[in-house]
Design a protein around this ligand. Structure first.
Ligand code: NAI
Ligand code: 15L
Length: 269
């Protein structure tokens, strides 16, 4: 049976707001959760991922979870530990205890951010089975989340699709994003495929549109039934004219994670 009731964590955020707009058309009833209240959504659950009782109640009776909540950029290890590492553990424990069968986990390209990007048109695309090479504490938490998902599948039979999202925003805003952009419409198509495909076990997929300048292999995403419709290329001329092309000799242009690989780390104050 297709999942109907889906708990959407991180529903107040950028991607959560886009998906609140797009996923109901696929027939889902979304149950919303975020640590921040959501204007115009009085039924949304306002809870932190640290609140294990609230999480148990939030997942109870849900068919699946789309787990977007967490810190979405680099932060101090302590903050990442609480929100992304402990928070994702608490979410998985709640789902296991309440018998929820599937989680779609918002992983990130930054779990493999230090992977050198393809440079030439005939360079091979980056496969999903590449070694984790996190570029930040943030990326490290996403690598942990993918391993947590594998563990909960192997140990408890709880399924996950880990989506290594590129950049999901209404439009690409950088030359790097021309390669990793996921249009909101394609994001909804991919999350729908991840929620409905049969027998996913723990599958890892890259999350992006069918970009002309794509860096990674979308075949595991397509295997779920995902058919991307968008391509960033119409934005290319303008972005390259404004910003210049990617320079292979600049470290911040050399790897999938872009400037996340070269930004200074954030230490506790
Ligand atoms: P965002 O920062 O706009 O939204 C994240 C939401 O999670 C916020 O509303 C925040 O209040 C909530 N949150 C944070 N910590 C929480 C906690 N401890 N308990 C409850 N709620 C908490 O981020 P965005 O862009 O919407 O991303 C959503 C997810 O997708 C994140 O996990 C992010 O790492 C991942 N992702 C997003 C990408 C993108 O292009 N938007 C790219 C790659 C990954
Ligand atoms: C991410 O993981 C972030 O959540 C998002 O805000 C973008 O910065 C994206 O990666 C990116 O790599 O552009």
């Amino acid at each position: 049976p297709r999942p109907r009731t889906v708990l959407l964590t991180g529903a107040a955020g950028g991607l959560g707001t886009l998906m609140r707009g797009l996923l109901p058309a696929y027939g889902y009833e979304l149950r919303l959760l975020d640590m921040l209240p959501i204007p115009g959504e009085p039924d949304a659950i306002t809870a932190d991922l640290a609140d294990t009782d609230a999480l148990r109640e939030a997942v109870r009776g849900a068919d699946a979870v789309l787990h977007l909540a967490g810190i979405s950029l680099e932060a101090s290890f302590d903050k990442i530990l609480k929100a992304n590492i402990e928070g994702t553990y608490h979410l998985y424990e709640a789902a296991r205890r309440e018998g929820v069968g599937r989680i779609v986990f918002a992983s990130s390209n930054h779990a493999v951010g230090f992977t050198p990007r393809p440079q030439e048109a005939d360079d091979p695309l980056i496969p999903v089975a590449t070694t984790h090479r996190p570029d930040t504490f943030y990326g490290l938490s996403k690598a942990f989340g993918e391993d947590l998902a594998q563990f909960y599948w192997d140990k408890y039979g709880l399924e996950t699709v880990s989506v290594r999202i590129g950049s999901c925003f209404p439009e690409p805003t950088s030359v790097r994003m021309l390669s990793i952009w996921m249009s909101p419409g394609d994001g909804a198509r991919l999350f729908h495929a991840a929620l409905t495909a049969e027998r996913v076990g723990h599958s890892v997929v890259y999350g992006s549109s069918a970009n002309t300048r794509l860096w990674w292999d979308l075949s595991s995403a397509r295997a779920l039934g995902y058919e991307p419709r968008d391509d960033s290329e119409p934005y290319a001329d303008k972005l390259v004219a404004e910003q210049g092309g990617l320079d292979p000799d600049l470290p911040e242009h050399a790897c999938l994670g872009g400037h996340f690989t070269t930004d200074p780390p954030i230490w506790p104050h």
